[in-house]
Design a binder for this molecule. Sequence first.
Ligand code: NAP
Length: 269
Amino acid sequence: MTVLKVAIVSNQTPKSAAANERLHILLKEAGHTIDQKDPDIVISIGGDGTLLSAFHLYNHKLDHIRFLGVHTGHLGFYTDWRDYELEELVESLCRDEKQRISYPLLDVSIRYHHEKEDRHFLALNESTIKRGNSTMVADIYIKDDLFERFRGDGVSLSTPTGSTAYNKSVGGAVLHPSINALQLSEIASLNNRVYRTLGSPLIVPEKEWVTIKLPETTDYAITVDQISIREEQIDSICYQIAKERIQFASYRHTHFWDRVRDAFIGELE
Ligand code: NAP
């Protein structure tokens, strides 16, 4: 029998709190230890949003941590288990043979006008840039070549697993997570006789990068998943598929297109 160090990250709903309590008992009975500091496996209890929070808590240990999501509502994109399946889940942990599946992440690098050091983030879903109440103007470079001058509400850069989240709401394509690429989607671009953008989502491969160069204005709102960053003097933000990947414990497998159908289409008659 395998014994693991397990960390649990739960949201605050009564259903999640009950599942959290039950999981603690089952894990201890099976001989596993709860280790919030240096776990082998991080179990999130809640929804996809909770798994995103767990990822940001442990994203400095990605080389040796695997994640696993328990959903207290419907099945999610990062959550393979339901809260009434905890016994089965703990049995799978006991039979663990280090099975894993990994997905691409987005490397976000913010550069500043003055001497401040670059800041780096990893996104599991996406990063967006928007500008207060006025039109955002930005030069978009692919590799080091100017591709277009964007005017509009903003842009979203997403991972394949994030393509079903905010990216989809702004008209982006759903990308299978076996494709190692990032997606650039426009948010309400201005397109008329004077201003011109591509007007459709763009898929950029692993070895290429996108740089969004911003004029020196102070009111940019940047997000990395659920994290908001408001900073001044931003010169540009560079996006690339990260060298790190997120690993999930893959005791069971739900096909990606089944998840997509289940989440957005439902049962066919
Ligand atoms: P939230 O605003 O409380 O929830 C956003 C919703 O997106 C939840 O229903 C969540 O599912 C779902 N979601 C998260 N990741 C997903 C994925 N990869 N594929 C499909 N659906 C996904 O925010 P949050 O829970 O803190 O999550 C932050 C994420 O919300 C952001 O990364 C962004 O993608 C998304 N978001 C979307 C919009 C939009 O579509 N207009 C606006 C703001 C933020 P669960 O219910 O399972 O948690």
